[in-house]
Design a protein around this ligand. Structure first.
Ligand SMILES: [Zn+2]
Length: 435
């Protein structure tokens, strides 16, 4: 592939370093080869050149928690608490999902994520071979796991076997864009003995784990009643935290829980919108950050958000905790941007360099239109991005140096076809079951 040259009006290298001046970026072999001020000083022959003098380049956003194909269930059950939402609406609809549906639902998610500046996302679902195929085709990065539920022994065993096969087929596939993790759903769907087996398999495959933990007060109460300790303490005692773990939600935590998470270097995916919408609560993010815990940001599935726009999560993360703690410094714009980029990369176990624009880093770059009224004027570019921007300002997206969106046009996805297939599939999903 030819090197790609970008001329932009400004660069956010990371959440603390901004160049508010014309800059060039050269991408080659999937990585950033050069960044320099002004115009590229040498011949641009044999380069793909993108002239975007009124754009700012930022690191691609990293969505640290979600269930991509749940785009098909967007709006299918709203204004309900988590357990009723799951059991009355989501599980019955998910029982009707086919491999084909997961494939098209994941492509719809990839379309939405690319168009809103996300270059890497995590997924925990089923029919994951079909989800991985969608990720490979879309050109985005995915940290993927087979959702594991261990309430029935045989289904639990099959899930572990499927995970083993999935890791063999997909870990490192699509030019390294796909990573595999283990995905036990939650302590209330995975009994202790099963979670021990998950930890053993994680060690054997040398792959991290992602799991939902302490999402609702009810979950924590049930766990204390059943196991005599919180979900966090239970995970430690089962040996799960001896492995690298990304814990989604962590809304209801005691001081002891926070100490355990810090001590075992457990990463947290904060999903403010989903937690608000399901009435689950608000994660104690300022306390997690103070304890030195790596916190990334996620949207969760589109059935509980209801979109996959990471700009909304950034703004919520940066405003919500101020209101709750009556402290305008609680989570700063720079901290929120880091959670969606460099800290998010760390949270999902990508190697250093991801989530930053620096020489040698993977060329995952998003361009925002500085001519947009919401980005005018610039007193503080990071403040504009976190408190004012939205998906609407994203014009171009590169992953591994490849343009997935150029001037608003998707290059890898047939959006017309996705629209058609999603409408077809949802008609089937909504049809009454045959009698
Ligand atoms: Zn989730």
């Amino acid at each position: 592939m030819k090197p790609t040259l970008l001329h932009v009006g400004a660069v956010v290298r990371d959440a603390d370093h901004v160049d508010e001046a014309p800059t060039y970026i050269v991408m080659e072999n999937g990585r950033i080869r050069e960044i320099g001020s002004g115009r590229y000083p040498r011949s641009t022959e044999d380069m793909d050149v993108y002239e975007r003098p009124t754009s700012v380049a930022i690191p691609g956003l990293i969505n640290c928690h979600g269930h991509a194909a749940m785009t098909l269930l967007r709006g299918a059950g709203d204004d309900m608490p988590l357990m009723r939402w799951l059991h009355d609406r989501i599980f019955p609809l998910e029982a009707k999902l086919t491999a084909d549906a997961v494939y098209w639902g994941t492509l719809l998610a990839c379309w939405e994520m690319i168009a809103s500046g996300t270059t890497c996302f995590t997924d925990m679902y089923f029919f994951m071979d079909d989800a991985a195929r969608a990720v490979a085709e879309a050109g985005i990065r995915g940290v993927l796991s087979v959702g594991l539920v261990g309430l029935q022994e045989e289904a639990g065993r099959q899930g572990l076997a499927r995970t083993r096969q999935f890791a063999r087929t997909w870990h490192g596939a699509a030019d390294g864009r796909i990573r595999v993790t283990l995905g036990p759903h939650a302590p209330y769907t995975c009994p202790p003995r099963y979670l021990e087996q998950v930890a053993e398999l994680s060690a054997e495959l040398d792959l991290p784990i992602q799991i939902h933990l302490s999402e609702t007060a009810g979950e924590v109460e049930d766990c204390v009643r059943e196991h005599g300790r919180s979900p966090i303490a239970l995970m430690r005692d089962l040996g799960l935290f001896a492995r690298p773990v990304l814990a989604a939600h962590c809304v209801h935590l005691s001081e002891d829980d926070i100490a355990i998470l810090a001590q075992h270097n457990v990463h947290v995916a904060h999903n403010p919108q989903s937690n608000l919408k399901l009435g689950s609560g608000i994660a104690p993010v300022p306390r997690l950050l103070r304890a030195g815990i790596t916190v990334g940001l996620g949207t969760d599935g589109a059935a509980s958000n209801n979109n996959l726009d990471m700009f909304e999560e950034m703004r919520l993360a940066a405003t919500l905790h101020k209101g709750v703690g009556l402290d305008a410094t609680a989570v700063t714009a720079s901290e929120a941007l880091a959670m969606a980029t460099s800290e998010g990369a760390k949270a999902v176990f990508l190697e250093p360099g991801h989530g930053r624009l620096q020489v040698g880093a993977p060329a995952d770059i998003v361009l925002l239109d500085l001519d947009s009224p919401v980005l005018l004027p610039i007193h503080n570019l990071i403040s504009n991005i976190v408190y004012s921007a939205s998906a609407a300002q994203v014009t171009d997206v590169f992953v591994g140096g490849r343009a997935l969106m150029s001037r608003g046009e998707l290059t890898t996805l047939d959006t017309e076809r996705i629209r058609f297939e999603v409408r077809r599939l949802v008609k089937q999903l909504r049809a009454p079951a045959p009698v």
